[in-house]
Design a binder for this molecule. Structure first.
Ligand SMILES: Cc1cc2nc3c(=O)[nH]c(=O)nc-3n(C[C@H](O)[C@H](O)[C@H](O)COP(=O)(O)O)c2cc1C
Ligand code: SF4
Length: 445
């Protein structure tokens, strides 16, 4: 029996006859949670989000309630902004687009509730330039919501005013990084800002306190308020609550997007039971579990993980790759991350040198160029990898590649430095002989 999905965010998205217009959304109970929220104290809403233990779905898995707690209405003299991050550029990730295309009002309802909770009167959806259809659908949804007074002045007679605008990016991955996004929204080149001092909650858009949340995170807020924080926290596991949309690509029989309780299944169950197994019945070689910047995990490796046993005590367990539960903490414990939910599966026929050379192309293209270790280093890694892949190298080049990656991570303005280095560091940690063999083979020929 295949494992059943638990669809919360995508509950209606793929149902026959479900359309993205407001009438369809209203027929399915849409905007009823907003009405409930508008009759609740904003501080209570924020409290529910805290109780829910909701973690961000954009990449870092940061607590949503904690992020919101940095915005203190009593201390704010400036306006507060909220930005929905719909840049979705991490290779292997294609979930936010599904929500936007199929259920845009769910996102708007989640956003309006989030804005009300944080005393926001102006919000933006920053959508990547390559999503013109999504932008059009959202424009239509915003017009419908305004016409029904779910947006605008005195929303549903509550005295609360809010408008939301769409801003289309021009097609740069770095615009997904929250401070690069803010610069871009201000009309500038998307150079990420240094943190500290430029934490968005303190000095964000127009130097005002700003909340940046991912599309899926904001949709979850609607469900938190609908069922209450404590009830929501019962879905999934403690500190890993709610559902997660997993985007599976690569060497599986049925790639696609699936929604499950966080940690409700293992990597092996996802690959074999949900996605129909490794393509062509071949053997699994490795998995990148959270988008291309997360560290690769090798199929024949054993991983040590600390988890609670039946008696509730912490104990160390040894797991194979396929036994790893798909939640934030377990993936971090084995040295990778849940990231943006993009699970990339590789079978035994994959040439890991070629895979990494391909990944390095992306990062070399997307560096914003603001800081030297990243600007020079990612290009250097790409050149080295193409040389190694072509066999025009010595084993010393593999060492140089490792050292370049080690000298980027932790020395840059934004986390792109880590995003570009982690694949290199982890591929070399797990598959170094493959890289060295390429050099040896050519020298022997
Ligand atoms: C290089 C880079 C690219 C990113 N791209 C995205 C993105 O496309 N979408 C996204 O939601 N978050 C992205 N993030 C994470 C954002 O900076 C930010 O943490 C996130 O939008 C916060 O939302 P959340 O707390 O709801 O996850 C990226 C981060 C980095 C460092
Ligand atoms: S780490 Fe890379 S992407 Fe980030 S600011 Fe520096 S150059 Fe730009």
């Amino acid at each position: 029996m295949p494992i059943a999905e638990r669809r919360l965010i995508l509950k209606y998205a793929d149902q026959p006859g479900y359309t993205p217009d407001i009438e369809c959304y209203l027929k399915h109970g849409g905007y009823s949670v907003l009405k409930k929220a508008l009759a609740t104290e904003p501080a209570t809403l924020k409290d529910e989000v805290k109780k829910s233990q909701l973690r961000g779905r954009g990449g870092a898995g940061f607590s949503c309630g904690l992020k919101w707690s940095f915005i203190d209405p009593a201390k704010n003299t400036k306006p507060v902004y909220l930005i929905c991050n719909a840049d979705e550029s991490e290779p292997g990730t294609f979930k936010d687009r599904q929500i936007i295309h199929k259920d845009p009002h769910q996102l708007l309802e989640g956003m309006i509730i989030s804005c009300f909770a944080n005393n926001v009167h102006l919000a933006y959806i920053y959508i990547r330039g390559e999503f013109p259809t999504g932008a059009k659908i959202l424009e239509q949804a915003l017009a419908e919501a305004r016409a029904k007074n779910f947006l605008g002045k005195n929303i549903l007679g509550s005295g609360y005013d809010l408008d939301i605008f769409i801003h289309r990016g021009a097609g740069a991955y770095i615009c997904g990084e929250e401070t690069g996004l803010i610069e871009s929204l201000e009309g500038k080149r998307p150079y990420p800002r240094i943190k500290p001092p430029y934490f968005p909650a303190v000095l964000g858009l127009y130097m005002c306190p700003t909340i940046v949340n991912n599309v899926e995170t904001l949709c979850n807020v609607k469900h938190v308020i609908e069922m209450g924080g404590e009830a929501y926290a019962k879905i999934g596991k403690p500190n890993n609550t709610g559902t997660r949309i997993l985007c599976v690509s690569g060497d599986v029989e049925r790639p696609g997007y699936y929604e499950f309780e966080v940690g409700g299944l293992t990597l092996g169950q996802l690959i074999h039971e949900v996605c129909g197994g490794v393509k062509g019945g071949r053997k699994l070689k490795a998995v990148i579990p959270g988008g291309s910047s997360s560290k690769v995990l090798r199929a024949d490796k054993r991983f040590k993980i600390k988890a609670k046993n039946a008696a509730g005590e912490m104990e160390e367990k040894e797991l194979g790759l396929e036994d790893i539960p798909l939640d934030f903490d377990s993936l971090a414990a084995v040295g990778s991350m849940a990231g943006s939910g993009g699970v990339i599966v590789m079978d035994e026929t994959r040439d890991m040198v070629e895979v990494l050379a391909n990944i390095s192309e992306f990062y070399a293209h997307e560096s914003c160029g603001q800081c030297t270790p990243c600007r020079e280093g990612v290009l250097w890694m790409k050149k080295l990898l193409h040389r190694i892949n072509a066999g025009h190298c010595t084993t010393a080049d593999v060492g140089v590649l490792n050292s370049v990656a080690d000298n980027i991570a932790g020395r840059t303005i934004c986390a792109f430095g880590e995003a570009a280095s982690w694949p290199v560091q982890s591929f070399l940690a797990n598959f170094r002989p493959d890289f060295e063999a390429r050099a040896e083979k050519v020298r022997a020929a």
